[in-house]
Design a protein around this ligand. Structure first.
Ligand SMILES: Cc1cc2nc3c(=O)[nH]c(=O)nc-3n(C[C@H](O)[C@H](O)[C@H](O)COP(=O)(O)OP(=O)(O)OC[C@H]3O[C@@H](n4cnc5c(N)ncnc54)[C@H](O)[C@@H]3O)c2cc1C
Length: 290
């Protein structure tokens, strides 16, 4: 696989769309292989890529699958075990292709290599989607809050392009908390494209509120979203009197600490956690383990 240079910020995000590199292996040698079609580097730590959608893959917007790359062959047996990780599908269920949004961990078993994929390369994708960030797991309501940190935005990139999201709620509030402004670039681009989307643009109308916050760099909304909610600042900025179980629903995808913190905030407002088998007011998923 060839390496492409990461770009420093959104303004210079580099999309690679032409198939240039030879595949790392052929579909015949890798079960569940699928071909990468485009790659965009957003920062030196974040990238997104698209790939062909296996014909057998059916999923609900917001779910995740296992993706990976072949591992190195064992020196004794010459067999290799693939390196697989959970990834939220960032594209909506109706899309012909699949999109993923990824961190680059320098010494990460998967992403130290995955960050170098190019169009034409093959990745492994197990077509068994699961997850709790789905419409089936929350009750109908008036407002839907999507709370993400970092790459936890990925399932919401799917749900924001899902017509059901806009049909079920009068207002959709997307919060995305990252360390620096540049880390918001992918989410900002997804949100910015919604009004002009040929399928859902009209449904979005004036229902969308975008509330990005940064914790290590000053921006329009500086601080953790949890602190901004506890202080009532976010509600004031968004023109919301009160968050309550009668009106508000939420989906959460962030680090373990963030998830614990925001759950406490929502429970304080009287919201209860739901699941596929027991839809309630909010649902949670980890954006990563560790
Ligand atoms: C349900 C679920 C969905 C996920 N969806 C995504 C996704 O859409 N995009 C994505 O990039 N990752 C996602 N992850 C994390 C992903 O599974 C891998 O951990 C990640 O790709 C890094 O893999 P790795 O082998 O390079 O490093 P790993 O050995 O898996 O991780 C090494 C360390 O890097 C840190 N880390 C891992 N992932 C992240 C992350 N996403 N953001 C910040 N720090 C991280 C952790 O401290 C971890 O201990 C998801 C995880 C879960 C459980």
């Amino acid at each position: 696989m060839n390496q492409i240079a990461a770009t420093p910020n959104a303004a210079t995000a580099e999309t690679v769309a032409a198939p240039v590199a030879a595949p790392v292996a052929t579909p015949a040698t890798i079960p569940d292989a699928t071909e990468v079609t485009a790659v965009t580097h957003w920062t030196d730590r974040l990238f997104s890529f698209r790939c062909k959608r296996p014909a057998a893959l059916r999923f609900r917007s917001g779910e995740f699958v296992m993706i990976g790359l072949p591992g190195d062959p064992d020196p004794v047996t010459d067999r290799s075990k693939p390196v697989m990780r959970a990834y939220s599908i960032a594209s909506p269920a109706w899309d012909d292709e699949l999109e993923f949004y990824s961190i680059k961990v320098a010494d990460g078993p998967l992403t130290s290599r995955l960050q170098h994929v190019r169009p034409g390369d093959l990745i492994i994708l197990r077509p068994k989607p699961v997850g709790t960030l789905v419409h089936d797991a929350i009750l109908p309501g008036k407002r839907l809050w999507l709370f993400a940190t970092g790459t936890g935005f990925a399932p919401f990139a799917s749900l924001l392009r899902e017509p059901e999201t806009w049909e079920r709620f009068d207002r959709v509030i997307v919060t995305h908390t990252c360390r620096e402004v540049a880390d918001l670039a992918y989410g900002r681009a997804i949100v910015a494209a919604l009004p002009d989307d040929p399928l859902i643009g009209e449904l979005v109308g004036n229902k969308l509120s975008y509330y990005p916050t940064t914790t290590r760099q000053d921006s329009v909304h500086t601080g953790r979203i949890t602190d901004l909610l506890r202080a009532g600042t976010a509600q004031r900025d968004l023109g919301i009197d009160a968050i309550s179980a009668a009106t508000d629903r939420a989906m959460i995808c962030g680090s373990l600490d963030f998830n614990i913190d925001i759950k406490a905030v929502l429970e304080g407002f009287g919201l209860g956690e739901g699941a596929n088998s027991d839809p309630r007011h909010y649902v949670v998923e980890k954006a990563f383990v560790g």
